[in-house]
Design a protein around this ligand. Structure first.
Ligand SMILES: [Mn+2]
Length: 327
């Protein structure tokens, strides 16, 4: 919990910070935000990741100092693990042998850390880093603010998603007060992709179909599409949300081929349709309206299974609504 994290920071000096592979805005923004916070308190800290970071996040303060390593190769007093469902998500060897601090806002997260601070009411881990800064009596520097703001923007879809609360907006407002330029961050996040993203989007959107209810959309991305489009990691950000922008679509399944018979699946939904439950059924997790999983097997079969679950969930929510309206 938070008090343990505060105590640890006060008593230790050398910190590593890491996040999951294929890091998103919350993962990178929160890691860097925490790094700047620790440094402002006179601590030694660095962010380590096992793979590259998307171009959208390279303009963040400190992004150029992120160290790429596939194993723990330095002595840390503790390693913060940001936004990871389990200890293997960062894909860093010997991380499990460290004193780890698990910080996450996913309720499905395993309590794998030596210290676990999970707050499923936070819109983003970024919001938790802000709270940590306040709890420890730190000053929100411009660097911390920019990183944390990006984390908020990324996880709330620019304050569009249901996880946006009065607290989120209050934190955002505080960050703007200390010098964040919202337009500058949005520009960096949303207008900083490669042309390959557009080529890839065309190919992926070409595969989009709907189930028989017309309320569930599903789309695919093959390895070849990625290769020939020239897209880089992160260029497919938010593809899964495109079908959701149609009024009649209530749930989306986006399957990405990542290896031989191996897939990464993103699920999205609107309202009461709980895709976290469906993701958990297949070994994944996430939030009610945004979840994901990794899976191996026959593509057509898996897609059919997952889409069937989505169709069922959509129909169930509608039949409950019908019952309520007749009651
Ligand atoms: Mn997050």
């Amino acid at each position: 919990m938070l008090s343990q994290v505060v105590e640890l920071i006060e008593n230790k000096q050398f910190f590593g910070i890491t996040t999951h592979v294929r890091p998103d805005g919350d993962g990178i923004g929160s890691s860097l935000g925490l790094c700047w916070l620790l440094r402002s308190l006179g601590k030694t800290a660095e962010v380590i990741v096992s793979d590259g970071i998307p171009p959208s996040y390279t303009t963040l303060p400190g992004a150029d100092e992120i160290r790429h390593t596939k194993e723990i190769d330095r002595e840390y007093d503790a390693v913060f693990v940001i936004e990871c469902s389990d200890i293997d998500r960062p894909e860093i060897v010997n991380l499990d042998k460290q004193f780890t601090v698990n910080i996450d806002h996913h309720s499905t997260c395993e309590h794998f850390g030596t210290i676990n601070w999970i707050d499923s009411t936070a819109s983003a881990v970024g919001e938790m880093i802000y709270n940590l800064c306040k709890a420890i009596g730190g000053r929100i520097t411009k660097e911390i603010a920019e990183c944390v703001y990006l984390a908020l923007v990324a996880d709330t879809g620019s304050f569009h998603y249901p996880n946006t609360t009065d607290r989120t907006l209050k934190v955002a407002s505080e960050l703007v007060k200390v010098g964040v330029k919202p337009a500058k961050i949005s520009e960096a996040v949303y207008n900083n992709y490669t042309w390959g993203r557009i080529e890839l989007m065309r190919e992926v959107l070409n595969t989009v179909r709907r189930d028989y209810t017309g309320k569930v959309a599903f789309l695919r991305q093959t390895l070849a599409m990625k290769q020939f489009s020239g897209a880089v990691e992160g260029d497919n950000a938010n593809f899964v949300n495109i079908p959701l922008s149609a009024k009649e679509i209530e749930a989306v399944c986006y399957m990405r081929e990542v290896g031989c018979n191996s897939f990464r699946v993103s699920l999205r939904s609107k309202g009461e349709i709980n895709v976290a439950k469906i993701a958990e059924k297949f070994g994944g997790g996430g939030h009610k309206n945004a979840a994901g999983l990794s899976i191996k097997g026959d593509w057509d079969e898996l897609e059919r299974e997952i889409v069937n679950c989505l169709t069922e969930a959509v129909e169930k929510v509608h039949s409950n609504e019908m019952e309520l309206s007749f009651a």
